[in-house]
Design a protein around this ligand. Structure first.
Ligand code: TRP
Length: 515
């Protein structure tokens, strides 16, 4: 495929080495770290080219060494947690190598002595790192979700399962299900069995309030959860992990609590039913409900440091708050954590819709559930919502141009899409007409798969854009027409969320449901 100007931007960015590196437990360092490395290396090498080659060679050596560690652990049948932790570190190092050199790591083949721009990355060799703090891939098409299902051990959502959801609820499946945006699950069948047998279940999802600026991607799990709440008529609990963001970000307790309330308004604006939805901040609810804290501690007693190291990649220098936190995100998976809501029932199963990066928390939760005598939570996993710049990069609340924010004006939406949405179109009109555009990497097209509800229209756009009949400008225009009213309506609904409405949602109470 020919490179259009957007592609070139990304490529040249690669050459400038604006990369992110990872330390052993998945925490990313920004450019300043690279500059520090460069700076220290320049002292011993005469040209920047040599510095890069040396950095490449070192990154290569780190992968090779860690690969040997993993092999050695496997050979001596080491403890699973220890092996998982080593494999995680290996993945991070492979990604670091690929970002640095522009080439996939291949055992036995040290980085070639040539400039990276001549080495296109084979997307099939891409390295994906997905955990609650890092989502990185080297493929323009985004993360390889099929590989992720294998690595995480979850189950792919099949057309048969979707048909069963439709049969059980008597409703057409949401576009997010039909289009594979929610693509993987754990134990969804059991939840459907329960529902069919007239037994209750509840929904649980959440948000880490790290910034006031929520963007379109943040809405995806909430839009879907609202749909689930509507079709199943079940209670829903939404956790705002202000404590998590206090521990991970440079924010005070007061700031994260404030952000939790601001974010709650955006969540409420998605249209949740006030009679069956409880939204809580960890800082607040933990002090209100001893049953919740008791469950947190019960979970903490069942998970070792070694296990969380394996699951989350924590290291010896992480603060103990981080190490203990996963139990806080696990606790809402058990109905006994909400005695008001479920009238003391401890056996109500739970279904968690979330982005796949949250799965490590719930693998841990599912592991401890039987030992607590509780049902394992079921899960529905979503893919990631791509940044405007492409599925390879991540949206960032601190980069106003990487995403459409819920506070953007119609004009800002139009400008951002026209200026920044990565295009799968061709370089010239002539080429585009002859060869057609590539929907697989085109961000405007990807956004339409999320927000254009009409299947037929979407299929027609796919056909017309791929054949070259439709141009990038036309595709972008269509997207702008969809997003402007969507964001405007969200803003109107958010304005209607008064402090009183907020406090209704956030008061522990019996939720109106048929238990
Ligand atoms: N850790 C999540 C985040 O940073 C927030 C969260 C808490 C969550 N509980 C959840 C997300 C349950 C999905 C499902 O965004």
């Amino acid at each position: 495929m020919g490179l259009n100007s957007d592609v070139r931007d990304v490529t040249s960015c690669h050459q400038r080495r604006d990369v992110v590196c990872f330390c052993s437990h998945g925490h990313s360092f920004g450019r300043s770290f690279i500059h520090f490395l460069l700076h220290s290396a320049v002292i011993s090498f005469s040209s920047p080219r040599l510095v890069f080659l040396e950095m490449n060679a070192q990154a290569y050596a780190r992968v090779t060494e860690q690969g040997e560690n993993v092999r050695e652990l496997k050979a001596r049948k080491a403890d699973k947690a220890e092996l998982d932790s080593a494999v995680q570190k290996l993945l991070h190092l492979k990604l670091e190598f690929q970002q640095l050199t522009g080439q996939p790591y291949q055992a036995g083949k040290p980085p070639a002595e040539q400039d990276s721009e001549t080495n296109d990355v084979d997307p099939d060799d891409s390295v994906d790192v997905v955990d609650p703090w890092t989502v990185q891939t080297s493929s323009a098409k985004g993360v390889d979700y099929d590989k992720l299902i294998v690595r995480f051990g979850s189950t792919k959502i099949t057309p048969e399962l979707i048909a069963r959801v439709e049969r059980v609820t008597g409703q057409q499946a949401h576009p997010f299900l039909r289009r594979g945006i929610f693509f993987s699950h754990r134990d969804l069948e059991q939840i459907l069995d329960a529902h069919e047998a007239g037994r209750p279940f509840y929904l649980y999802t959440g948000r880490g309030p790290s910034s006031e600026a929520m963007h379109l991607g943040h809405l995806v799990p909430f839009i879907f959860t609202k749909w689930l709440q509507d079709i199943f008529c079940v209670p829903l609990v939404i956790q705002l992990t202000d404590d998590e963001k206090f521990l991970w970000k440079d924010l005070s307790v007061e700031e994260t609590q404030h952000l939790a309330l601001e974010n709650a308004k955006d969540i409420i604006a998605c249209g949740f039913n006030p009679e069956s939805t409880f939204i809580f901040s960890d800082f607040e609810y933990m002090g209100q409900c001893r049953e919740f804290y008791r469950n947190v501690v019960r979970i903490q007693k069942l998970v070792t440091f070694n296990q969380v190291k394996g699951i989350f990649g924590f290291g010896d220098s992480d603060c103990i708050g981080k190490i203990a936190f996963p139990a806080v995100q696990a606790a809402p998976s058990f109905s006994s954590s909400f005695p008001h809501t479920f009238q003391q029932r401890e056996d109500v199963p739970c279904l968690i819709p979330c982005a796949i990066d949250q799965d490590p928390y719930f693998r841990m939760t599912r592991d401890v559930a039987p030992r607590l005598g509780c049902p394992k939570p079921a899960l529905l996993h979503a893919t990631f919502f791509p940044a405007l710049q492409g599925a390879r990069s991540k949206m960032s609340a601190s980069d106003a141009n990487s995403a459409i924010f819920l506070t953007d004006s119609p004009k800002q939406i139009k400008n951002k899409i026209n200026k920044y949405a990565f295009s799968g179109g061709r370089d010239t009109l002539e080429e585009h007409r002859r060869l057609g555009g590539c929907c697989e990497v085109d961000v405007s097209y990807m956004y339409l798969t999320f927000f254009l509800e009409d299947d037929e229209q979407l299929a027609k756009i796919h056909k017309d854009y791929s054949s070259g009949e439709m141009l990038t400008g036309e595709l972008k225009k269509k997207l702008v027409e969809i997003l402007q009213p969507l964001v405007r309506e969200h803003q109107e609904r958010r304005r209607a969320v008064t402090d009183e409405v907020l406090s209704t949602f956030m008061t522990p109470r019996i939720l109106r449901v048929s238990l």
